[in-house]
Design a protein around this ligand. Structure first.
Ligand code: G3I
Length: 385
């Protein structure tokens, strides 16, 4: 008997005995699901290839969502804080730091021996209000240096990888005119990476962005990597957010992301993977319309599955995840981590973006914390190509 089946048999016997002894009140914990959890989990399935992670919210970090915590500690070997380490929460007022939730986040990762990600040090969004008002370069430099140094030093040797700068590029590959760009100048990214490297020389330092499948935007990011490297500034990888849907980007476009990033000598991390199954408002109204889609709120056409996902779409989602993970396996030597943006569908940000109040199904665990067909499809994949 091969070892995997032997283990499953032992585990089955073990749970059967336990249940006979006296746990008839936990009948919902089926032997079959325990078999799956004990014998093969997402991270253990891919552990020779890359880390498999999840972004976790404050409820999970603070221990208010034990079902989510159970999935996180069983299925994943990496965590990212969905919101809790962002500037507006960590340093809401000048030099007033609040590490309460962040400390618990890091402790959760340490307790479970996980690869811990810090997200995100420098990002124009979810920034503290006071930062928006700074009109002076020296002052801006001082605040950013202080923030990077204070936060990275606090978790030195604990947080393994930082999203150092997030979403700094426009779609055409030029640099976004953020408060950082406007006050610190076009070399601000290099500067921020240097401060981060000084504060923790062993941490992986990542540049993270969305829409990396778009060639012009990707070209801008690749130029940045090459520039930092030629300046002798440490950059450990590119984070590709991967907020995708059932059809876009194509597999060819995804493969090109991996090949192009590898060609500049750094690994790829898929940092925020989720697959929307809902209609896209951009397709309905065209790209020139602003991102305020409140006109669609409550429109049943834009929220077609409020009471459950039809099998036909569930199967499409499973196939989409299968295809994407096949590609990840094929390019395992170029990929260091795959992180899902959330744990289960009900808590996904995609229920409220880009249209509020929809019912989306982008992750591998459903609204009752149960694994979906896509979960099993991913687990059934061969890890050799
Ligand atoms: O903190 C307030 C809270 O005080 C208030 O009671 C509550 C009421 O709605 O809102 C809370 O703020 C929310 C915040 O998440 C923290 O929970 C905001 O409304 C909400 O818009 C915000 O959304 C987050 C979004 O970033 C903001 O840009 C999502 O949860 C989070 O998943 C998302 O994550 C980003 C990544 O960091 C970067 N890449 C894109 C990704 C998706 O947008």
């Amino acid at each position: 008997m091969n070892n995997k089946f032997k283990n499953i048999t032992y585990v089955t016997v073990f749970y059967t005995v336990i249940c006979l002894i006296g746990c008839s009140n936990i009948a919902s914990t089926s032997i079959a699901s325990n078999d799956t959890l004990v014998s093969d989990t997402l991270y253990s399935h891919f552990k020779e290839l890359f880390h498999v992670g999840a972004a976790i919210n404050e409820e999970t970090i603070l221990g208010y969502d034990s079902q989510s915590e159970k999935i996180v500690t069983t299925e994943f070997n990496s965590i990212t804080p969905e919101n809790s380490l962002k500037w507006m929460f960590i340093q809401p007022k000048p030099n007033e730091f609040n590490f309460l939730v962040a400390d618990k986040y890091v402790q959760l990762g340490l307790d479970n021996n996980m690869h811990i990600v810090g997200h995100a040090l420098v990002w124009h969004s979810q920034l503290a209000d006071f930062m928006q008002d700074i009109q002076n370069s020296a002052e801006m430099n001082a605040h950013v240096q202080n923030h990077v140094n204070t936060v990275v030093s606090r978790y030195k040797g604990k947080i393994n990888a930082w999203d150092v700068v997030n979403e700094a590029f426009n779609e055409d590959g030029s640099l976004r005119e953020s408060v950082f760009y406007n006050q610190m100048g076009e070399n601000y990214i290099d500067q921020v990476f240097r401060w981060a490297a000084k504060a923790d020389p062993d941490a992986d330092l990542i540049y993270n962005d969305y829409n990396v499948y778009k060639p012009l935007k990707r070209a801008g990011i690749l130029r940045l990597v090459e520039k930092l490297k030629s300046n002798g500034t440490k950059i450990s990888g590119v984070g590709v957010q991967a907020h995708w849907d059932l059809n876009s980007p194509s597999l060819k476009e995804i493969e090109q992301i991996i090949l192009d990033i590898a060609s500049v000598g750094v690994p790829v991390s898929f940092t925020e993977l989720d697959i929307s199954v809902l209609p896209s408002p951009w397709e309905m109204v065209g790209a020139e319309v602003s991102q305020n889609f409140s006109i669609f709120e409550g429109d049943p056409k834009m929220n077609p599955y409020p009471n459950g996902l039809p099998d036909v779409i569930q199967n499409q989602l499973a196939k989409r995840y299968e295809d994407i993970f096949k590609l990840f396996v094929k390019h395992k030597d170029k990929i260091s981590r795959v992180t899902f943006w959330g744990v289960m569908d009900k808590h996904s940000w995609l229920n409220d973006w880009p249209i509020k109040g929809r019912t989306n199904y982008p992750l591998l665990f459903d609204r009752n914390y149960q694994p979906k067909k896509a979960y099993q499809t991913v687990l059934d994949l061969s890890t050799t190509d």
